[in-house]
Write a protein that binds this ligand. Structure first.
Ligand code: UT7
Length: 325
């Protein structure tokens, strides 16, 4: 089996900033509530003319440049998203065409906030078994398109953005372990009820605001803390490592209180945790990858460092991944 590592990173965050102060004018909320309950200060919103693929393409171009590869070097493009441009064809097809990645197979995966780690694991398999040489894994979301701007329980939480990584064979380091999980027994905790084959769009679904994210945050919070703690422990056990071996944890950015509760349970000091939730909110598939990209750009991840990615989301799905940089 070949060793597989991340050889290039990129991101794109839309220019428009929506602050908590602006949200105070839209729903019955306060900056104090949002910051103290979630850690979020502002989030980015794509413009009306920008779709998820537009964000993904910009992140992909930056990742290819940082990997020093041309689009035609790519064998595979995976886009993790729950807000694709349209139900079909895939957003990955749109990205493949825009990049002119003529050799690449391309598809989307839907694993919500765990989408990027699920995508990493698929690309890892294709490269480690020798089927493909270079893969591009993107996490991209325009969650503002499915956010109910009249629901204070959810609209303060989400944002838009994209991050991308190029994976290839590496001589040293690379992905050490990946653990993925799913429990589909309670879909009602976090979902988007209409617009699929179960409830196609009708006047009634629109009138009932069923094309927006529905969430039971409080219940999810408890499961997220437990599940992310266990996922990190399992990925470490698979790698025969302990937390002492980890230089930085890059968790899914749903709520800073969830992240700190996980850190406390695992006995990890706060300075080993990377947070960017205050600037972007929860971007589902795009959260963990943009956090990783920014940690690399800021020098928080250096050559030889060992990084732990840890996530949880709608499905419910979860995953953890250890990478030696
Ligand atoms: O991305 C992966 C999956 N997502 C998650 O894992 C998210 C997990 N959940 C959370 O992050 C938190 O549960 C939330 C941030 C969503 C909510 O925080 P909470 O501390 O669990 O609050 P709560 O839902 O228990 O609500 C507490 C109170 C309620 O008022 P009452 O019933 O106590 O009077 C809510 O109505 O806060 C109220 N509330 C708000 N108040 C001001 C809810 N949203 C807001 C708001 N502004 N935006």
């Amino acid at each position: 089996m070949r060793r597989v590592g991340i050889i290039g990173v990129g991101e794109y965050l839309p220019e428009r900033v929506l602050t908590n102060a602006q949200l105070e004018k839209m729903v019955d909320t306060s900056d104090e509530w949002i910051v103290s309950r979630t850690g979020i200060k502002e989030r980015r919103l794509a413009s009306e003319s920008e779709a998820t693929s537009d964000l993904a393409i910009k992140a992909a171009r930056e990742a290819l440049k940082s990997a020093n590869l041309a689009p035609e070097d790519l064998d595979l493009i995976i886009v993790a998203t729950v807000t694709g441009d349209m139900p079909f064809p895939s957003t990955a097809s749109i990205v493949q065409n825009a990049l002119a990645a003529k050799k690449a197979a391309a598809f989307d995966i839907s694993a919500a906030c765990a989408g990027f780690i699920y995508g990493l694991s698929i690309a890892n398999q294709f490269i480690s078994n020798g089927a493909y040489k270079n893969a591009l894994v993107i996490g991209a979301e325009k969650l503002s398109s499915v956010t109910d701007w009249k629901d204070r329980n959810t609209c303060v939480l989400f944002g838009d953005g994209a991050g991308a990584c190029v994976l290839s064979e590496v001589k040293s380091g690379g992905i050490v372990s990946i653990y993925l999980g799913c429990d589909g027994s309670d879909l009602s905790l976090l979902n988007l009820p209409a617009g699929g084959s179960r409830k196609p769009a009708t006047r009634e679904t629109v009138d009932n605001r069923m094309h927006y994210i529905k969430m039971q945050g409080n219940e999810l919070f408890k499961i997220a803390v437990k599940t992310m703690t266990e996922a990190a422990q399992i990925a470490l056990a698979q790698a025969k490592m302990t937390f002492k071996d980890i230089d930085l944890i890059v968790p899914h950015q749903a709520n800073s209180r969830i992240i700190m509760a996980v850190a406390k349970r695992l006995g990890i000091p706060e300075d080993k945790i990377y947070l960017n939730i205050e600037r972007y909110g929860n971007m589902s598939s795009a959260s963990i990858v943009t956090a990783l990209v920014e940690a690399v750009k800021e020098g928080r991840v250096k050559k030889g460092d060992t990084v732990l990615l840890d996530c949880f989301g709608a499905g419910l799905v979860w995953g953890a991944c250890i990478i030696n940089w």
